[in-house]
Ligand binder design. Structure first.
Ligand SMILES: [Zn+2]
Length: 93
């Protein structure tokens, strides 16, 4: 038996366990009876615990908008001192 996921336009997503390879492209929604189309999702992620889902969403968000950890207001990044050898380099005018 394999878990297949369907999406009803009125009730949202639901899962149905069927023999492998026998999933139709649409099923009747068990709640309202209207046709629900099959949804293709990653294996094993359908029934992930809520905590795991939350962590995954946080991890995906942090790729674009990483959270910055600050210790009070004095946590501004300190400028690194320039290497002394840089002072000997020729300057453009
Ligand atoms: Zn429905």
């Amino acid at each position: 038996m394999t878990t297949y996921e369907y999406s009803c336009a009125h009730c949202g997503r639901f899962v149905k366990r069927l023999p492998m390879g026998s999933a139709p492209s649409a099923l009747d929604c068990p709640a309202c009876g209207s046709r629900a189309g099959r949804v293709y999702s990653s294996p094993g992620l359908i029934r992930a615990p809520a905590r795991l889902t939350t962590l995954r969403e946080h991890e995906e968000r942090s790729r674009e908008e990483p959270e910055v950890i600050r210790r009070g207001s004095a946590a501004a990044p300190t400028a690194r001192p320039a290497h002394p050898a840089l002072a000997r380099l020729p300057r453009s005018r």
